[in-house]
Design a protein around this ligand. Structure first.
Ligand code: ADP
Length: 194
């Protein structure tokens, strides 16, 4: 298996670049945000639970998110590898993910961190909010709260993966294709080393 994490603040382009990575490398996508949103739409128990957190721009509690990811991995045991998008978002989630993959005799091979300046992130999210209607993209307050959550809970993972020698920082400004070329180069290198 070959597994990667696409990492970055809200609005960094994780979803957009994930789609291109899946196409090129034949991996399976796990976007925790997408799974939550489809559960909210379907009004499942999980959706009802997650909705209030997501609407405020808070992270969903670890137990809930981790249980969902465990289910997903169990239901996709045939996958050649995963693109983890929006997960892990806390050190706890990172540790549990390492354990889960270890139990499958595999690991995270590379963490691609997209770097984008904050003004550009806010601009992109407000723009997306107009088109997608996503509740958490509708106001600058909610967006700022998501950045706070990111800085406090998610950013420490950069060091976690740096220590493991897995972190690759990628400039996340420019055209979608330029960014994708940079990501591809890093993935190709990691694949030949794996
Ligand atoms: P973005 O990257 O634009 O913030 P996502 O679609 O990845 O959007 O996530 C939307 C929301 O879903 C997050 O703000 C959070 O409330 C919730 N969420 C997604 N992934 C996780 C996670 N791994 N842990 C906790 N909450 C999560």
């Amino acid at each position: 298996m070959f597994n990667l994490v696409i990492f970055g603040p809200p609005g960094a382009g994780k979803g957009t670049q994930s789609e291109k990575i899946l196409d090129k490398y034949g991996l399976t996508h796990l976007s925790t945000g997408d799974v939550f949103r489809s559960n909210i739409k379907g009004e499942t128990e999980l959706g009802v639970l997650a909705k209030s957190y997501i609407d405020r721009g808070d992270l969903v509690p670890d137990e809930v998110t981790i249980a969902m990811v465990e289910d997903f991995l169990t239901n996709h045991s045939e996958a050649r590898g995963f693109v983890f998008d929006g997960f892990p978002r806390t050190i706890k989630q990172g540790e549990v993910l390492d354990d889960m993959l270890n139990n499958k005799n595999t690991a995270i091979h590379i963490v691609l961190a997209l770097e984008v300046v904050e003004d550009e992130l806010v601009r992109r999210l407000l723009e997306r909010g107009k088109i997608s209607g996503r509740s958490d993209d509708q106001s600058e307050d909610k967006i700022r709260n998501r950045f706070n959550e990111y800085q406090q809970k998610t950013e420490p993972l950069l060091q976690y993966y740096e220590k493991q020698g897995k972190l690759v920082r990628v400039h996340g400004m420019g055209s979608i294709d330029e960014i994708f070329n940079n990501l591809s180069e890093a993935i190709d290198k990691a694949q030949s080393a794996a």
